[in-house]
Design a protein around this ligand. Structure first.
Ligand code: SF4
Ligand code: SF4
Length: 358
């Protein structure tokens, strides 16, 4: 299960320890600076080959013609390279592997030493096997949004009657085998599976763990679906968590990491993020947004467009500062993952005077 720790009686998410890796930038942000991004997220397309009824971005999706301009992306990669920013995340938005020039993009990332975290439904790989080898060269992690362990549930939660979970499973097996076949590689990607837990797959949680072990993925994530007719009622969740915990207790820790993540629902967390400044997003139309949760406030979250100007002409500008100041936390996604850093930031602010005396 997700590891948490206890800090003076406060629970915090162990993922917040990511702040250690970016500590100088974190201190800069606390001082009110805008440092270079730690990671740049890309929504390469606005089209998805799936039609999940609960998709957060579904109502904004377009057709296959909506994808990021290759020349603008190329210029962005040049700019990021020059500043030493080599970490990218791709998600959606739409399905990133649906970009018509995805092979060229991954080839460029591999050639120029970029490192990638990819969130994908993975189905494009069933037709473009060559992408697997490219991902092996440039990805730190690839997370498959699986959401089911049988064909019937897979089709229903992804809204496409022609899909086959078993076909995707073959791809995941192939990918894990490809990773394991290259023990000499320094940076082999971790492969993960994720299930959005909802009524149609409520009875597949145990099976998902068995599948993850059989396929050999490195990690498995569960996340509650919230605020949707298929959400599992709150009163049923504690029993599911207990079942999950007892199943996880049977697995040797080194074989599989299992996390249960909160959904984007429930009571709104208090406060506002300050670490989103390390993680900007470029949408398929080349707009730069100050965070990935911009769809309900495109105007107030956009700080420019990489087709019209260079990324670093927009980054750190007065306009950028004004946009950060203008964030209205009441419009933020409830339980935004970026808020998990706040308790640690508070701790750093209070205790930094003694940090070097290790
Ligand atoms: S696969 Fe992801 S992006 Fe595509 S419809 Fe489903 S939830 Fe949305
Ligand atoms: S949704 Fe709000 S809290 Fe989350 S990253 Fe964006 S601005 Fe920050």
């Amino acid at each position: 299960m997700s590891k948490s720790d206890n800090l003076e009686g406060r629970q915090f998410d162990a993922i917040a320890l990511n702040l250690v890796a970016a500590y100088d930038k974190v201190l800069g942000i606390i001082r009110g600076e805008i440092p270079l991004p730690e990671v740049v997220e890309l929504f390469l397309t606005n089209y998805c080959n799936f039609a999940c009824p609960y998709c957060r971005c579904g109502k904004y999706h377009g057709d296959r013609s909506q994808y990021m301009d290759f020349a603008a992306l190329s210029n962005l990669l040049d700019e990021l390279s020059q500043r030493g920013i080599k970490t990218l995340e791709m998600g959606g938005g739409g399905e990133p592997l649906e970009h018509p020039r995805i092979e060229e993009i991954l080839t460029r990332l591999a050639k120029d030493g970029f490192r990638l975290g990819l969130i994908t439904n993975g189905y494009v790989l069933t037709e473009k096997l060559a992408l697997i080898d490219l991902l092996l060269q440039c990805a730190d992690w690839v997370r498959f949004s699986v959401d089911a362990t049988t064909n019937d549930v897979y089709r229903s939660v992804h809204g496409r009657p022609s899909l086959s979970y078993l076909t995707l499973k073959e791809i995941m097996v192939k990918m894990v085998q490809s990773v394991n076949a290259k023990p000499q590689m320094d940076q082999r990607p971790k492969i993960g599976m994720k299930l959005i837990v909802q009524q149609p797959n409520e009875n597949q949680i145990h099976q998902a763990i068995d599948e993850a072990l059989e396929i050999g993925v490195h990690y498995l994530q569960f996340k509650w679906l919230d605020d949707h007719p298929w959400s599992i009622p709150l009163e049923r969740r504690p029993q599911l968590v207990d079942d999950l915990k007892s199943k996880v207790a049977e697995i040797p820790q080194e074989r599989l990491t299992v996390d249960l993540l909160p959904g984007y629902g429930g009571p709104r967390m208090q406060g506002r993020c300050i670490m989103s400044v390390l993680h900007p997003l470029i949408d398929w139309d080349c707009s730069i947004y100050i965070c990935a949760f911009f769809h309900n406030r495109k105007k107030s979250h956009s700080i420019g467009n990489i087709k019209q100007s260079q990324f670093f002409q927009c980054w750190g500008s007065e306009d950028h500062r004004e946009h950060i100041k203008g964030v209205d936390p009441n419009q933020c996604v409830p339980n935004c993952p970026l808020l998990r850093y706040n308790p640690v930031i508070e701790f750093i602010k209070k205790e930094a005077y003694r940090f070097r005396y290790i």
